[in-house]
Design a binder for this molecule. Structure first.
Ligand SMILES: Cc1ncc(COP(=O)(O)O)c(C=O)c1O
Length: 402
């Protein structure tokens, strides 16, 4: 069945809205045709990592109040906002931070780009374990730095870090390690021991360690996210943690994130650079973050996880019914990482079926590293009925394998 404007996509509860996101201007749906060659009228957009349901009522009320007040001049990352970030990290992750450690950025993409700019020079190396969030490589390349890919090994359905092979790839002029924690695209949660090994590796090669923890509040029961600073506090002087409400609460368009930098020298250097570039905090983003990091926000985030858990079960169960297709069990994130490599098909043939026939547009596997061209990543943060529709279309596109 092809989804049409008349097909209900939800039941109008918090996570199953009947409002179609494709009817508004947004990157995931409005740019679907340009990215995936599929019209938003018949496609299902599963590529961009944001959610197809509204952010929490507590956030919308705060935003409505500010808009009703009507004075949208310059704001700043005020003490109540800093206290909310501190409260959230303390209560949700057991991480006690000083609010002064928080440097507010216009999102984490910008945080990564400005870190590369400040702590490496053109031509120098920036390393990351792959497959990984494609922007690590793209931002490195766009900045004129040299991407140093450190391939992970897949063993018994889990990515394993190969420090010996990684060390062999690090050159004298490699400056920064971008670490994805929890991992995008695999949804893997790292153990404290793995994280300590990563921090030791950063020390051995004298690398600035950037721990990107934007997905850390999207962790399913049975797994626990441990912030890098808790796992390896002795490496604090070289560690910057990136954090934000953006993924958990669907606020990415408001462009606010936090670089948490305990070391005063690193922090001051970074603050100065952001001031020099005139990147100050976006008023509505600060308002939304302050409202999200609250007990009401926490209750909503828990309810969202239950919804996502149902979506993951539905999607992974559906993929398991296609012989030869396997979706990694998700510990974190709403991003399903699906292995089509055992089908014996080419990348073109897989895409012909997924994108052209099913009209489902994932984030393409080759963007995460060349070796994962036969994998694709599907965003499940959407109404349940839309996930069900995607599953039935994908099953139909591979029906000849049954
Ligand atoms: C690991 C990771 N870091 C950073 C970002 C981007 O963050 P922002 O929207 O704040 O630029 C994403 C978005 O998908 C991500 O997955």
């Amino acid at each position: 069945m092809t989804q049409t404007s008349e097909t209900p996509i939800g039941t109008d509860d918090l996570f199953n809205p009947t409002t179609r996101r494709r009817d508004s201007f947004n990157s995931k749906w409005s740019r679907l045709e340009a990215f995936g060659g599929v019209s938003p009228d018949e496609g299902i957009a599963m590529w961009v990592a944001d959610s197809d349901y509204r952010c929490p009522p507590v956030v919308l009320e705060a935003l409505h109040a500010e808009v009703a007040y009507g004075m949208l001049g310059y704001g700043y990352d005020d003490p109540a906002y800093r206290a909310a970030v501190q409260w959230w990290l303390g209560t949700r992750h057991g991480w006690q931070i000083d609010p002064d450690w928080i440097v507010t950025t216009q999102g984490l993409g910008l945080a990564i780009a400005t870190i590369l700019d400040l702590w490496s020079a053109p031509g120098e190396g920036v390393c990351f374990f792959t497959p990984v969030y494609h922007e690590f490589r793209l931002k490195t390349e766009r900045a004129g730095r040299r991407p140093v890919e450190l391939p992970m090994r897949l063993e018994d359905g889990r990515y394993v870090l190969d420090f010996e092979a990684a060390s062999a790839r690090i050159t004298e002029d490699t400056r920064i390690l971008l670490w994805c924690n929890p991992q995008n695209p695999s949804g893997q949660v790292w153990t404290p021991e793995e994280q300590r090994q990563v921090a030791d590796f950063a020390e051995r090669h004298n690398l600035l360690l950037v721990s990107d923890e934007v997905h850390c509040d999207l962790v399913f029961p049975g797994s626990t996210h441990v912030p890098m600073d808790i796992a390896a506090p002795e490496h604090r002087a070289r560690t910057i943690t990136l954090f934000a409400a953006s993924k958990t609460f669907n606020l990415a368009g408001l462009r606010v994130g936090q670089a948490i930098i305990p070391d005063p020298e690193l922090r001051q250097a970074y603050q100065q650079r952001l001031i020099a570039l005139n990147y100050d905090a976006a008023t509505l983003g600060v308002t939304a973050t302050r409202a999200a990091f609250s007990p009401e926000g926490a209750a909503w985030a828990d309810a969202q996880l239950r919804h996502l858990d149902g979506n993951v079960r539905l999607f992974n169960g559906g993929m398991a019914e296609i012989p030869g297709v396997w979706s990694m069990p998700l510990q974190a994130t709403y991003l399903a990482w699906v292995d089509f490599s055992r089908l014996g098909m080419t990348e073109d043939e897989i895409l012909r079926r997924v994108r052209d026939e099913a009209k489902v547009v994932p984030q393409f596997g080759r963007n995460f590293c060349a070796e994962t061209a036969l994998w694709h990543r599907f965003n499940l943060a959407m109404p349940r009925a839309q996930v069900a529709e995607a599953v039935s279309r994908l099953q139909a596109a591979f029906a000849d394998l049954q």
